[in-house]
Design a protein around this ligand. Structure first.
Ligand SMILES: CC(C)(COP(=O)(O)OP(=O)(O)OC[C@H]1O[C@@H](n2cnc3c(N)ncnc32)[C@H](O)[C@@H]1OP(=O)(O)O)[C@@H](O)C(=O)NCCC(=O)NCCS
Length: 167
């Protein structure tokens, strides 16, 4: 176990609520992953993925959280902290939204809340790893004060590492 506080799993912003996963998120999570264009995972597979996310959170004290719009009450994606290519001490911020929800500043709004939640755990640095083609994601990170660190290459191609020290 790390020496950091457990991340808050319930975050609220002006327009959004981030809260823990429920079984009832499976169908929407499935639809979200389908938008990646690499096929539709089965709902069974999704239930396993959600269970894996919950056990990862149990082990690490950090989480990816579903994002719900306050007014509409709908699931629009997720945002949170993961070990990813980094470490539990200096985790990665991650987010993915339905295409219909892009372009309204939601990712930035959710990620700001996650950044604050990371600060509250006592962490001193976050990372993000982004495909070099992903201009919208770079822009979100730029708005949050992340800076480019280095570029690596793996199975998914060219990956840009960005980092942000936390106060
Ligand atoms: C990345 C993602 C989460 C952004 O969500 P979003 O809610 O639309 O993001 P925001 O509205 O908060 O900010 C997007 C910014 O990118 C800008 N942008 C959008 N498309 C762009 C493009 N092609 N080139 C440059 N900037 C672009 C927007 O104008 C906006 O910046 P602004 O506020 O200065 O106008 C969303 O595109 C997504 O889910 N993509 C698929 C999953 C993914 O790539 N996740 C990240 C993996 S690292």
């Amino acid at each position: 176990m790390s020496t950091y506080e457990t991340m808050s799993y319930h975050l609220e912003t002006e327009r959004l609520i981030l809260r823990p996963w429920a079984d009832s998120d499976a169908a929407e999570f499935c639809a979200l992953l389908s938008e990646r264009g690499k096929g539709t995972p089965t709902v069974e597979h999704i239930r396993t993925s959600i269970a894996n996310l919950l056990s990862a959170t149990e082990a690490t004290g950090i989480a990816l959280l579903p994002i719900q719009r306050r007014d509409e009450g709908d699931f629009i994606g997720y945002c949170g902290l993961i070990i990813g290519r980094s470490t539990v001490e200096e985790p990665e911020i991650a987010y993915e939204l339905f295409q219909r929800a892009h372009g309204h500043g939601y990712a930035t709004e959710a990620a700001r809340a996650v950044l604050d939640a990371a600060i509250a755990t006592g962490r001193k640095r976050l990372w993000a790893t982004v495909g070099s083609w992903n201009a919208p994601s770079f822009r979100v990170l730029e708005k949050l004060g992340f800076e480019r660190d280095r570029v690596t290459t793996d199975d998914s191609g060219e990956v840009v590492w960005l980092t942000r020290p936390l106060p």
